[in-house]
Design a protein around this ligand. Sequence first.
Ligand SMILES: Nc1nc2c(ncn2[C@@H]2O[C@H](COP(=O)(O)OP(=O)(O)OP(=O)(O)O)[C@@H](O)[C@H]2O)c(=O)[nH]1
Ligand SMILES: [Mg+2]
Length: 409
Amino acid sequence: MSTAEPTTTESRAPAAETIELSVVIPCLNEAESIEIVVAKARRTMERDGIHGEVVVADNGSTDGSPELAKRAGARVVHESRRGYGSAYLAGFDAARGTYILMGDADDTYDFTQLGRFLGPLHDGADMVIGNRMGGLRPGSMPWLHRYVGNPVLTGVLNLFFRTGVSDAHCGMRAFRRDLLPALDLRTTGMEFASELVIRSSKLGLDVREVEIEYHPRKGESKLSSFADGWRHLRFLLVHSPTWLFLVPGAALVVLGALMGIIVMTGAEFIGRVWDVHALIAASLTTIVGTQVLQIGMFGRAYAAYYLGEHDPLFDRIRDRLRLEHGLIAGGLVLLAGLVMCVVIAAAWLSRGFGELSEQKLAIIGMTLVVVGIQVVFGSFFLSVLGLSRRDAPSDELAGGRDQKSHQRS
Ligand SMILES: Nc1nc2c(ncn2[C@@H]2O[C@H](COP(=O)(O)OP(=O)(O)OP(=O)(O)O)[C@@H](O)[C@H]2O)c(=O)[nH]1
Ligand SMILES: [Mg+2]
């Protein structure tokens, strides 16, 4: 939530208890359009008999936008921190309606259609998101956003979080204001749009879509294709340990194991037989894959313990596996590796430290030793993450066996 206490310029604000809809508009230097947009929203609410208010959240505009917004009948909130998300957080704090409708100040969204968002909310939806893709007016969206940015980022978002939303960056949305504490929105930039969709999906909200039109903007765009695109992607990645770590980690382990099998069986691959160099690559791939996998597990544990995320897979694993299971598994891998290394060393010793040409077995033995050590310490670390939760009873630190739900590996 916004930390800076926003200052409000009151202008024809209806009594709080009568407000059904707060139209919240973020604004940064939108003098060309802000008056039009505010007037459209106000006129439409009057026309449709909706008791509402228009809140403009300004981010330090230098072109007189706040004054224009106020003149058009909006309540203006000033937020000192830059960014689309910051502006919205300040606007949401100031909003007093039962429902909030969000939309840009650049006249790209048609505020005369706001009733189409309110309808599903009256029908019981928690959130309504516009879908612009069927209603793009010529010149409204550059091809890079239309065919690359939006589909790729919406696709990644749905792959990672299965939200089912078709146009995840549509800026026109409406939702119940009482959901804000549960939504717990924090991001300050354009990635705020993704955060809202992901949080709604994680909360299992009833999210519906409405087809809308998207018009060419007035004034200068505040969106920076690559910087903002990256901010979205970065946000999606760091909120999905599964796709950031577990999937690539598992892929590396499988790749390393396959390479190892090809070398050890002497099978032909791409027209040739592979030897010790390929086995070294296989070993390193497996080791790094195990590391990445473990970081993913730590990430999921952190999200479950500290971010309060509901994670059925993690819960299931935690219910079935204890620290000791991890220690036994890691210990067995370590032991297998040690046995291989000792056998090779013994054979070498029996030859009076003479010729030694057991590179392949030695590489496999050492790989198992390294992986085993990682699993042992990784299991302890997972346990430490669980133990250090504030609600953990203090005697868990002693590793009490009866701490069923906490002492897990
Ligand atoms: N980027 C940015 N936008 C802000 C900020 N504060 C308010 N905004 C407003 O956020 C809304 C969205 O920004 P736009 O530039 O329209 O971004 P966009 O809709 O993704 O891109 P366009 O299709 O080019 O309009 C506009 O109403 C901006 O005025 C800020 O600090 N940074
Ligand atoms: Mg816009």
